[in-house]
Write a protein that binds this ligand. Structure first.
Ligand code: NAD
Ligand code: MG
Length: 390
């Protein structure tokens, strides 16, 4: 029996993970499930999987969680400290699927107890890549990528030496607005940005796909996880989302990973690694697919990619600034306070302000400095918005 926990169990990745685990109840002992406001879902899953503990991030939801779990014998807890405790419970495998920088501290906790961390929460690597990788190394924990592109690269690298890798190419669907006229993007609405042509995902990552901020985060994630220099990482727009990534080797060969857009592949790969198990994903009929298209990303349409390249060059805490400013700008877009194109403008301005204060980005990277930087970047993102509005 493998002991597994799922952080962010009620979200899109969490539910896909539960789908796989629930199919094999005899293989897995479920330790902890965590979620947000939807405690009814959390309790249902905790009962179905016979989890030891269920934790909501929100203390004001604890009473309802207790009620929903009554008579089950499953422990209930709430709040950030309880989340940390859940992540620290001994487990062999922990899914990190909280959205945003909130996933960083629990993920580090899971690594410290030596668990294998299945990492969907790309934000941890963007905010604090060096620290996350070093924590895994120091405590004998392992990180397996769950982002589909990074799982694809990981798989293409099996049996290869990093010296023979010339480049890594991650694909981007182009998101909801890939074929919109540039002029129309300014007035794109929340509803329009919240539907993805190929993938069914949480709302935040879906909007980030439309703005390419998701791919921008993934560029940084690639650099941090695989340790390759930024000039060896490319993004290509591939509207079908069937090729997830390609690795180019020094002999000119490209190894591509091809599969349907179903996150259960990458999750299942991380769950069964180093084995490959049978997974309930659709098998592609390439004759029916017919065509695969690729095109270069348009810099004007997707300023987020340019910003990510600056952040990779800058290093230090620039990733934490970038991620937090992006998260706050996205909150403001969701709240209807700023337009779609304002998000990148706000993030760029926040980065510029940090650059004007040397020492901030170059401070030593610790959980504390990352969280302080995160907080300041969010504050400045709001200030930038207010100055632009006033
Ligand atoms: P989601 O919004 O569907 O779910 C997020 C989960 O995190 C929920 O369980 C929610 O309750 C919890 N959560 C939210 N805020 C929290 C907080 N402050 N503290 C604790 N828990 C909190 O998101 P998702 O689409 O499942 O994405 C999860 C992560 O996986 C993200 O980092 C995303 O970028 C990454 N990812 C998702 C997909 C996908 O297909 N959905 C693909 C690749 C990577
Ligand atoms: Mg991805």
């Amino acid at each position: 029996m493998r002991r597994v926990s799922i952080l962010g169990a009620t979200g899109s990745i969490g539910q896909n993970t539960i789908d796989l685990i629930a199919r094999e109840p005899d293989r897995f002992d479920v330790v902890a499930l965590t979620g947000g406001r939807n405690v009814e879902q959390l309790a249902r899953d905790a009962r179905a999987l016979r989890a030891e503990t269920a934790v909501t991030a929100y203390p004001d939801r604890l009473d309802d969680l207790r009620t929903a779990l009554s008579g089950s014998g499953i422990e209930a807890a709430a709040g950030p400290a309880a989340l940390q405790d859940a992540a620290a419970r001994p487990a062999d495998w922990v899914m990190s699927a909280i959205v945003g920088a909130a996933g960083l501290a629990p993920g580090l906790e899971a690594l410290k107890q030596g668990a294998t961390l299945a990492l969907a929460n790309k934000e941890s690597l963007v905010c604090a890549g060096a620290m996350v990788m070093e924590t895994a190394c120091r405590h004998g924990g392992r990180i397996l990528p769950v982002d589909s592109e990074h799982s694809a690269v990981f798989q293409a690298l099996i049996g290869e030496e990093m010296e023979s890798v010339e480049r890594i190419i991650i694909t981007a669907s182009g998101g909801a607005f890939r074929d919109w006229p540039l002029e129309a993007l300014k007035s794109a609405t929340l509803d329009e940005a919240s539907s993805h042509p190929n993938w069914d995902m949480g709302q935040r990552i879906t909007i980030d796909s439309a703005s390419m901020f998701n791919k921008a985060l993934e560029l940084i994630e690639t650099k941090e996880y695989f340790g390759v220099s930024p000039d060896r990482i490319e993004v290509i727009v591939h509207p079908e989302s069937l090729v997830h990534a390609l690795v180019g080797f020094r002999d000119g060969a490209l190894m591509a990973h091809v599969g349907p857009p179903d996150m259960r592949h990458a999750i299942g790969f991380a769950l069964n690694w180093p084995d490959r198990a049978e997974l309930p994903v659709h098998r592609l009929d390439l004759a029916q697919v017919g065509q695969l298209n690729f095109r270069a990303p348009d810099d004007l349409r997707y300023p987020a990619l340019r910003l990510a390249r600056n952040v990779m060059q800058r290093g230090g805490l620039a990733g934490a600034v970038f991620n937090a400013a992006k998260e706050r700008a996205l909150d403001m877009f969701i709240a209807g306070e700023v337009g779609f194109l304002d998000m990148a403008i706000i993030v760029e301005e926040v980065l510029t302000r940090f650059e004007a204060e040397p020492g901030l980005i170059d401070a030593e990277m610790t959980l504390e400095t990352v969280m302080q930087t995160d907080h300041l970047a969010r504050t400045w993102a709001v200030e930038v918005m207010q100055e632009r509005a006033g």
